[in-house]
Design a protein around this ligand. Structure first.
Ligand code: 5GP
Length: 205
């Protein structure tokens, strides 16, 4: 699903890097992103909007902007999303304003979104860098999902079915990072981001 109005409103994308982290549920991308932001606090995390109900410990405006379906549909209509997707009966979307304001100020912005959303962003802005965070094996992925124990059986089954589909999408990504340990995964991402910044400086010379 695409938000058409948004493209014309924010054309001048330059300076900062748009970093997209996605991958199958259970690959541990949330933990990797959290550690990455601790170690590179200058990166701006985009907070998504969702119609899903908050889980225990989630905070409005920090974990997500928890909004109603009516509010979400209005934001789509008003072109306020860079991308959005509907899955597990809920909408998820990236508010465009925060992303572009920061990129235009030269700041790197990170999105933690699903694969469908990552594809939409890459189509609109090929310069976005897509990271696929994967578990060391599919069995490990399934084990982590089951251990997480945060979903109903139906939701869990739906997520498990989705995992193999998501893994097939790997080839659209710029980088595949295996989350064998959080430290290894974060070190690899940091190295890639540092290289991107060095290359920017070379291009500017
Ligand atoms: P959860 O319900 O576990 O928080 O998230 C479910 C899925 O939605 C995850 O794969 C997460 O990365 C994805 N997601 C979170 N925010 C967004 C968003 O703004 N856009 C899209 N397309 N996916 C999102």
């Amino acid at each position: 699903m695409k938000s058409k109005k948004s493209e014309s409103k924010y054309k001048t994308l330059n300076k900062g890097h748009l970093l997209i982290m996605s991958g199958p549920s259970g690959a541990g991308k949330g933990t990797v992103v959290c550690e990455l932001l601790c170690r590179m606090p200058e990166i701006k995390l985009s907070v998504s909007a969702t119609t899903r109900k908050p889980r225990n410990g989630e905070v409005d405006g920090v974990s997500y902007f928890f909004i109603t379906e009516e509010e979400f549909l209005k934001m789509i209509k008003d072109g306020e999303f860079l991308e959005y997707d509907r899955h597990f009966e809920n909408y998820y979307g990236t508010p465009i304003k925060y992303v572009y304001e920061n990129l235009e100020q030269g700041k790197d912005v990170l999105l933690e979104i699903d694969i469908a959303g990552a594809k939409q962003v890459k189509e609109k802005y090929p310069e976005a860098k897509l990271f696929f965070i994967d578990a060391p094996s599919i069995d490990e992925l399934k084990r982590r999902l089951v251990c997480r124990n945060s979903e109903s059986q139906n939701q869990l089954n739906e997520r498990l079915l989705r995992v193999e589909e998501e893994i097939k999408c790997r080839q659209i990504y710029d980088y595949v990072v295996i989350n064998d340990t959080v430290d290894n995964a974060v070190n690899k991402i940091i190295q890639i981001i540092k290289e991107m910044r060095i290359n920017d400086n070379k291009t500017a010379d």
